[in-house]
Ligand binder design. Structure first.
Ligand code: AMP
Ligand code: ZN
Length: 138
């Protein structure tokens, strides 16, 4: 039995208590269609076990989600004719997470789709980059 959280909508989808268009299942994950798709075929991959986010998910579940996401990406390419795929995970509300059960967005991309990068790439401050590197290195 997966670990669950009482008021989690994705746990309720795992349990079959809420409807979802499930497209892939394995022992650790399910994948289902996002109800508000960014593009045609936008799918969510989630672990059956409840975990809040990237910082909490067990490594085995994260590996299983990554593998399932790769499988959905291949289907998007082969069956939907996607020209590319974005995998997106939001960790924390500051990063736009709205459902607090870990999920990976698999977003098929099409050459003419309307999605754009959420930031404007610009040359960074080398000192600031070095400072951040010093904090992150290890
Ligand atoms: P995030 O903002 O990264 O937490 O993404 C949450 C995603 O879950 C959004 O893209 C929603 O459209 C999607 N979503 C929320 N409720 C459901 C549901 N019941 N079935 C399918 N997708 C959902
Ligand atoms: Zn949950």
């Amino acid at each position: 039995m997966p670990t669950t959280s009482d008021d989690c909508i994705f746990c309720r989808i795992v349990a079959g208590e809420l409807p979802a268009r499930i497209v892939r299942r394995d022992e650790r994950t399910i994948a289902f269609m996002d109800i508000a798709p960014a593009t045609y075929g936008h799918t969510l991959v989630i672990p059956r076990n409840h975990s809040r986010d990237l910082l909490e998910i067990a490594p085995e579940d994260l590996h299983a989600v990554a593998s399932a996401a790769q499988s959905i990406a291949a289907r998007a390419s082969e069956r939907l004719g996607a020209d590319g795929v974005n995998l997106i995970n939001s960790c924390g509300s500051a990063a736009w997470q709205t459902v607090f059960h870990f999920h990976m967005h698999v977003i098929p991309r099409y050459a003419d789709d309307p999605l754009r990068l959420p930031w404007v790439p610009a040359q960074g401050d080398p000192d600031e980059i070095a400072t951040a590197a010093a904090q992150l290195i290890g």
